[in-house]
Structure formats: structure tokens, C-alpha cells
Unconditional design. Sequence first.
Length: 290
Amino acid sequence: MAVTVKECLELQLLEVEMLLSMFPQKGEINLDENAVPSVQRYLRNPDGPLPPQLEYSIAVDVGEEKVKVELQVLLPHMYPHVAPQLFARSNTLHRQQQLQLNTGLTSYVSSLDSGELCIYEAVQWVKENSLPYLEEGKISPGSASREVMIKETLHRMWIYSHHIYRQELRKKIFDCAKKLNLTGFCLTGKPGVICVEGLRENCEEFWRVIRYPNWKHISCKHVEDVETEGSIDNLRLFSAFEDLQFQVHGDYGLRNDYHMDLGQFLEFLKQHQSEHIFQILFGVKGKLSD
């Protein structure tokens, strides 16, 4: 018998309640106050739209004074029958150590039985396995210089939205991109398109922030990774994070529901060596006028 979204969300709420009882101190679990009520509303009316995915973080005590590892949790609607998205991070970990820690965490979670709640097990794994990475950073005096030799990867995300209009949303997008040292652009209007490029963890943090808690009509359409032994800045296609606005087609009155000139957008992509993205975003091959 097929498992329903409703059954999965009921299990997710039970798990959250269990975790809140196990980590009752302020700051141990960071959960948006609207997250659980949104799921509860859906459970009362399953014919309505799906709620935002449950997302929270847990500050894990790893046995080192004044050191916490934050486990970020994003639950697909079909979790626990679909694997959760987990990411452990700490300011005390170098990038390579953090990558190794998360590789181990992903491997551990994938070894667990599908269909079983596993966030507490993930917390315990982080608690028991983070310390060696922290110690490695302390006892290796040359670790900082060796990290310079590690290949850097430029991460580029192409994000599509049905529309981007609201000023407060645009401000959030630009503030977040600036804070995380991301370059790219935000195309305002209908459709809306965002491109961000920079370090992988910064791009993923940007994606987490802007889509949460309730941006429904948005998806990451394409991701590009480019490795270099030098600075990732040499690989950027954009020199800053741009506010992109083109001539609009039509005027739909008070709804402000206008379509951007995609021909101009295609020309912009071509200027930034990204013409191939047009078909990925819109499903049709772009053609420039003579």
C-alpha cells in the first residue's frame, strides 16, 4: 500500500515533538514559529496546497567547550520514505574538514533503513564523529597552508520563479547575495530568474534563505561546478550581483502582471557565455533576431 504525504507529515511532526522534548534549552533547536502550524493546517485539510517543507537546525554539543556543530535539516514531504537533506557546519571546521564530515554523515544516513525516522540518529552521529575533525585542525600547524593547495570549486545556481515582484523579496535577495559574496543577477518580473555564483556553501545558504518559508513557485533548474587551483573569482561570469530589468510586454493594469522581453534576456545570457541556459530555464531554444 502506497504511503501518502499526509502520513509522512504526521510522522515528521511526531519527530519534531520528540526532538523538542530532548533538546529543550533555548537555542538548541531553531525552528520557524510558522513551520509546524503550516503542516498542521494541511493535515486538517489535505485537499489544500502542500505546506513548506519542514526546515530547522539543531545545535549539537560535540564534547568541546564553547564549540557547537549545527546540523541543518530540510525534510522532503515524503520523508522518512525519502532521505532528509542534512548539512553539518561549524565555524571551527575548515572547508575540507566540513566536506569530509558531511560525506561521512551522508554515508551513515544512507545506510539506515528507508521509512524510519532518522534525525536523532543523525544528531548522535554528528555528536560522536565531529571531534576528530576539530582536533585535526588544532594539531596540524600546517593545515591552513595546505588548504590553500586544495582545489577550489565555483558553484553556480540557476533559479527559476513564476514571477518576482515584491520589493521586500527583492531586498532579501540582494542583501543575502551581498552578505554571502555572491555574484550573478536577479531578473525582476514574469518570469523571474536568479543566478548566483560563488562558494558552494554560500550558494546553498542563499538558496535555503530565499526559498524559506513559503516561496512556492520557485525551483533550482540547473547547477554548474567549475574547479580551479587558483581563485574562484577568475571563473565568475558576473562581476557583481545585478538588478536585471528589461522592457516589458503589455500592461495588465493594477495586477502589475507583466512579461519580460525574453529576447533581451537571451542577449544578456549570450554576453555572459550562458546562452545554453535559456533552453534549460524555458524549455525552448533561444534564437536571437538578426
